[in-house]
Every structure is written in structure tokens, then in C-alpha cells.
Write a protein that binds this ligand. Structure first.
Ligand code: KG4
Ligand code: ZN
Length: 346
């Protein structure tokens, strides 16, 4: 078959996003537009995302965001081969807004509808920047998820490990909140950590959870409690910066240590692959210290480390459009009756 041009829509959390992506028959991907309207200002005063405010804001902005994505792509409705939208998991009031909009477009324009799992979007996000061959090992680290997955193809993944409590992004957010930093916490904590020193960070004794366990799971709640307690006695900005750096180092270290097991399992089940890819995706993939740690373990095990371009680490619709194109190519389209799902494990 020929090239496919997909409109993608993402509304599962606090960004209203739309994008037009073209996938050539040989798999080459071109992002024609990617519009992201962040609601951060609407939620900042509450220190986190308020579902009702998010849903209302999606309703107000979705139409303008989609139209802008079409204009920026130089594309009108007739140039589309299909429309893809996140159908879950996420805040269901928001998911319904984007999914309903996509259903309207599909019905009105006679286009195929593709319901996309948000996590599957993150899973293909690295392919927006460069080709990545299946199968690959994926570390998905976002605000809601922390999982290691073997990705054999679209709709064909198995989980090697997951978090027993908080997600990595959630740990960043909660610790940042305890330290009085802004929302979202990840980027704020990374900025503060940059002004601290590793020598200063070392004086903080943070737990190394699950060390030595022979599985691929994660746990951040011990680290969160310890960091919140340590943050209380701090006198100066410099002390705070050192603690931020210690927290960031500890999260990055655990992500790397636990990934090593999955890298070994993946290698055992694919002995024929020459330099397979180890892909990190999701908001936490934007963190430079996390990337550096993961690059080191990937290199040591003979994997090619791949991260999406920065703009496609956090939530966006280009990844949803691409997952939609890959699904459409396989004939994996959805019925107009498809429902929004608050929970939807891969
Ligand atoms: O993928 P994403 O935009 O939304 C979800 O699907 O959850 O991820 C958002 C998460 C938040 O927890 C945010 O604090 C974290 O990613 N994050 C970061 C950074 N940028 C975003 N964490 C650490 N360092 C960053 N630079
Ligand atoms: Zn996400």
C-alpha cells in the first residue's frame, strides 16, 4: 500500500494535542504538524491535574487545536486517510472529548477511526525521530507508568516488569511537591538539581529499593518517603539543590539497575539480533541524567540506546497519529461504538 496520512488526537491528561503524520509505504515517518496546548497554567494553583478542569479545557480548545494542526500541515480534511485518537488509559472525561471529536470527523468525512492506547503511542514515539526496528526493549517512564516491555510490533507487546507503587514521573512530582517546587515536578527538580553537586548529593542517604531482586520491577515509595523527610531539615538553597540532585541520581540509578535485568532477558530470547534497540519513552525520558544512565547500561550490554526527540517525550498527538497509521496499515481500525477507557493495560 501507499503512504498514509493520519490526524492524531490526544486528550488523556492535561495537554490538548493534535498532529498530522505521514507514513510512507517504506515506513519513513514525517511529522507534518504537532500542536500541543498545555493546561499547566490552569492546574498549577492546585499542585496537580484537576480532572474536571482538564475535561472542560479540552472541550474549549480541541476544535482550535485540530484546525491549527491541519493548517500547519498544509492539509485539509480530504488529504487524510484516517483519524486516530487516544481511547485510554487516562482521565476519562478528557479521553471522551478527543475520542468523540475523532468519531465526529470519522463519521462526517467517511474516514476510518483508529482508537489508540496512549501507552502504545509512547511505545512508537521514538520512531518519530528515526527508524527503530522491531522487536525492541522499551522502558516506558511517565507520570502514570513505569514499565519494561518487549515490543514486537504494534499491538504485540509483553510486559517484563512494572512498578510496585509509584511511577517514576509520579516520584519526581511528589518529591518536588514536598520540596516546595512547582508543578510539574520533574522539569523543576531537574533544573534545581543542575545547580547542586554530586559531592553534595552524596551526603544524603537514600534507599536503593529492590536491589538484588531477580525480576524487572521498580519501587519508588521508600525513596519518596525518605526524600520528603530529608527535605524538612534543609537550611539553604544549596542544600535543597544537593538533595534534588541526590533524588534525581537515585531515580536514574534505579531505572538503569532494574533495566539491566530486562536487557539480559531480551538478549536471551533474541540471540540472533545484532545490536537491538533499548528505547526509553514517556515524560521522564526528557531527563538528561536518566538518559545518561540508561545510555551507559545499553552500551555495556551491546544495545543501541534510543530516545525520542524531546518534543515527543511528553504527551503529544504525533505519537498517536503514528500508532494510528501503523494500526491502519494492519487493518486494525475501530468501530464508532468504541468506548473511552480509564484503565487499559497493554
Ligand atoms: O508522558 P507524560 O507527559 O504524561 C503521562 O503520560 O504521564 O509524562 C509526564 C511526567 C510527569 O511526571 C513529569 O514530571 C515527568 O514526566 N517529566 C520529567 C521531566 N519532564 C517531564 N521528569 C524528570 N525530568 C524531566 N525533565
Ligand atoms: Zn503520556
Amino acid at each position: 500500500t501507499g503512504p498514509l496520512v493520519l490526524l492524531g488526537i490526544e486528550t488523556s491528561c492535561d495537554e490538548t494535542a493534535a498532529s498530522v503524520v505521514r507514513q510512507a509505504a517504506d515506513g519513513t515517518v514525517e511529522v507534518l504538524s504537532s500542536v500541543v496546548h498545555s493546561q499547566i497554567d490552569d492546574h498549577a494553583a492546585y499542585g496537580g491535574v484537576v480532572p474536571e478542569i482538564a475535561a472542560r479545557s479540552h472541550v474549549e480548545t480541541i476544535d482550535g487545536v485540530v484546525k491549527r494542526a491541519l493548517v500547519e500541515a498544509g492539509c485539509d480534511w480530504s488529504g487524510l486517510d484516517g483519524v486516530a485518537a487516544t481511547a485510554g488509559p487516562g482521565l476519562v472525561g478528557g479521553v471522551m472529548v478527543g475520542l468523540s471529536y475523532a468519531k465526529g470527523v470519522a463519521m462526517g468525512r467517511g474516514l476510518p477511526l483508529v482508537a489508540v492506547n496512549h501507552l502504545e503511542g509512547h511505545a512508537v514515539s521514538a520512531r518519530l525521530g528515526r527508524p527503530v526496528a522491531y522487536p525492541f526493549l522499551l522502558l516506558l517512564v511517565s507520570g502514570g507508568h513505569c514499565q519494561l516491555l518487549e515490543v514486537r510490533g504494534i499491538g504485540d507487546m509483553s510486559r517484563l516488569g512494572t512498578t510496585l507503587d509509584d511511577a517514576a514521573g509520579e516520584a519526581f512530582d511528589k518529591i518536588a511537591k514536598a520540596m516546595g517546587l512547582g508543578y510539574p515536578g520533574g522539569p523543576a527538580l531537574e533544573r534545581l538539581a543542575a545547580t547542586g553537586t554530586d559531592a553534595g548529593a552524596e551526603r544524603f542517604d537514600l534507599p536503593r529499593s529492590l536491589l538484588g531482586r531477580r525480576d524487572c520491577d521498580f519501587s519508588f515509595s521508600g525513596l519518596k518517603t525518605a526524600a520528603a523527610r530529608l527535605s524538612q531539615g534543609l537550611e539553604t538553597e544549596a542544600d535543597k539543590a544537593d538533595l534534588a540532585r541526590a533524588v534525581q541520581n537515585a531515580i536514574a540509578r534505579q531505572l538503569a539497575e532494574r533495566s539491566v535485568r530486562a536487557l539480559d532477558l531480551f538478549s536471551e530470547s533474541h540471540p540472533d539480533l545484532d545490536r537491538p534497540a533499548f528505547v526509553v519513552a514517556g515524560g521522564v525520558a526528557a531527563n538528561a541524567t536518566v538518559r545518561a544512565r540508561l545510555t551507559a547500561v545499553a552500551e555495556a550490554r551491546g544495545f543501541d540506546f534510543v530516545a525520542p526527540p524531546m518534543a515527543y517525550c511528553t504527551d503529544n498527538a504525533a505519537m498517536i497519529a503514528l500508532a494510528g497509521a501503523e494500526r491502519l496499515r494492519l487493518g486494525l481500525t475501530s468501530d464508532l461504538a468504541v468506548a473511552a477507557r480509564p484503565r487499559w493495560p497493554l
